[in-house]
Design a protein around this ligand. Structure first.
Ligand code: NI
Length: 204
């Protein structure tokens, strides 16, 4: 599914970070009462201003005080996106009352086709709490860059001309962003709903 080698690099770094758990921590050595305490946050993510599925402007600051579980994809995605969103929905369902502290957020990497209206219809399939976000091509590029998302458009096989359909090759990572807007963790689409729920419970 992943073709463009150069664009793959940030994604590979993310995978390497998952394996090593090192790259993403900006560790600060804080001397405290004779002990050395390491603190740090993941160096991925950042502020964004987008449009939600109801057509209202929504920025990262609007989610302060709650966690965001963010996934990047596109509504025309035939397989991985709906599967991953279903995993998110199922995991949140297992959190019981704590689920209200986590907002599931879907950010499109295909703003051309994923208008607020398209997102509104799509989000319904996953649950009433899901927030779909879109924006201008530049706004989406910006948020992709901040989250080191890999997303490359590719013509669908067998289609040609100006009406040709396209798909988007993309990375499949869920990001957990804390109430302070800092990214606290991320998960690949290989995680099961049970494991995701368990990890979310330990972090929120
Ligand atoms: Ni997808």
């Amino acid at each position: 599914m992943l073709r463009n080698r150069q664009a793959l690099i940030p994604y590979l770094l993310l995978v390497a970070a998952l394996a090593g758990g090192l790259l993403w921590y900006q560790s600060a050595q804080v001397p405290q009462l004779g002990r050395v305490v390491s603190t740090g946050k993941m160096d991925v993510g950042g502020p964004f201003r987008l449009i939600d599925h109801t057509g209202k402007p929504r920025g990262d600051a609007d989610f302060r005080g709650r966690y965001m579980l963010i996934y990047f994809g596109f509504t025309f995605c035939p397989d991985v996106c709906p599967t991953t969103l279903a995993v998110m929905a199922e995991a949140l369902g297992k959190l019981g009352g704590d689920a209200k502290r986590v907002v599931p957020v879907f950010i499109t990497i295909d703003p051309e086709r994923d208008t607020p209206k398209v997102l509104a219809d799509y989000m319904k399939a996953f649950g009433p709490n899901f927030v779909g976000l879109t924006g201008s091509a530049a706004q989406i590029k910006d948020v992709e860059k901040k989250f080191r998302v890999y997303a490359v458009k590719r013509p669908l096989e067998g289609s040609q001309g100006k009406d040709a359909g396209y798909g988007v090759d993309h990375s499949n990572v869920m990001y957990l962003v804390g109430p302070d807007g800092k990214t606290v963790s991320f998960y690949t689409d290989a995680i099961s709903p049970d494991d995701l729920a368990k990890d979310l419970k330990s972090k929120i």
